[in-house]
Ligand binder design. Structure first.
Ligand code: PMP
Length: 299
């Protein structure tokens, strides 16, 4: 069994332990039945961006799939701060995860207990380069199939299959449609498109987040774009409408704000230009989160 060592210490059920001791039993219920929920957060210069929002989403994600949460929001927030501090990292990706333990192998059993672990991973302060997308043949499950706002492992089986297909064919990530054929999101980020008129931004469009995760970054970028004076529209969007948009970008805690250069839709490839709007929103985001993007750190 191999595992990458992400950090020196892990917060596990109220204790801080060395990474090497953070072992879970092979009978862990969530390993078999996907009943776990998690968060992805980032610290910039020692401050965890929107920690309260992420913690609340973690708790909601658990409640939506009937998983008990053994700690209060305040305790979870403090645990995040403590483990970041213990690992002596200032710019980091932080991963809290709640899962059912190995008390039973039944699909559900009252004996099952919830566990909470938090670990961290050093993050690169540079923004990522434009990415290319492959159209996944898989669709996002609709709200009557799974609780779509639960950041639950159950969703990620299909997302990781889609991402594997994209990578196998030389693309960076996969674009997912919903069951009605509308654009939804990519494997772990939300998507935006920009239309122009006479060289000026006419509108920024993003799909309505009622059938996929309404990302914290998505909500932040919507706010920032509106404050900057742009017309921001949330609507259903079909593949056939994409040629009306010249710029495309994705948003997420890990990817932050990253331009998309092309989407391969099978019969043809849609090309997008990384116009100034991407850099403008990246700068606004960097300022808000407290990100330092200078030459020295990028090297
Ligand atoms: N959709 C999915 C499926 C994701 O995994 C993520 C990453 N958490 C997002 C969207 C973006 O969410 P956020 O901006 O809160 O990171």
């Amino acid at each position: 069994m191999t595992a990458k060592k992400f950090c020196n210490y892990v917060w596990l059920n109220g204790e801080i332990i060395p990474w090497e001791e953070s072992l879970i039993p092979v009978s862990a219920h969530s390993l078999h039945y996907a009943g776990s929920v998690f968060e992805g957060q980032r610290a910039y210069n020692g401050r965890i961006f929107k920690l309260a929002e992420h913690t609340q989403r973690l708790i909601n994600s658990a409640q939506l799939i009937g998983l008990s949460v053994p700690y209060s929001a305040a305790q979870i927030e403090q645990a995040n701060i403590d483990i970041l501090d213990k690992n002596q990292l200032k710019n980091a990706y932080i991963r809290p995860v709640i899962w059912r333990g190995g008390e039973s192998l039944k699909i559900y059993d009252e004996a099952l207990q919830s566990n909470l672990a938090i670990f961290v991973s050093e993050s690169n302060p540079a923004f990522k380069n434009p990415m290319s997308l492959f159209l996944s043949p898989w669709r996002k499950p609709s709200a009557d199939i799974m609780p779509v706002q639960s950041k639950s492992a159950a969703h990620y089986a299909m997302l990781s299959m889609s991402q594997k297909m994209a990578k196998d064919q030389g693309f960076d990530d996969a674009l997912l449609l919903d069951t009605e054929g509308n654009i939804a999101e990519i494997s772990s980020a939300n998507i935006f498109f920009v239309a122009y008129e006479a060289g000026h931004v006419l509108e920024i469009v993003t799909p309505i987040a009622d059938r996929f995760l309404n990302g914290v970054t998505r909500q932040t970028i919507i706010e920032l774009a509106k404050i900057a004076g742009y017309k921001l529209v949330e609507k259903r969007l079909k593949l056939e409408e994409l040629p009306n948009y010249q710029t495309c970008f994705v948003t997420g805690t890990s990817v932050e704000l990253c331009a998309v250069s092309l989407i391969d839709i099978g019969k043809n490839q849609l090309k997008f230009e990384q116009l100034e709007i991407v850099e403008e929103l990246q700068n606004l985001y960097a300022e808000l989160v407290g990100k330092v993007v200078d030459e020295e750190i990028n090297e």
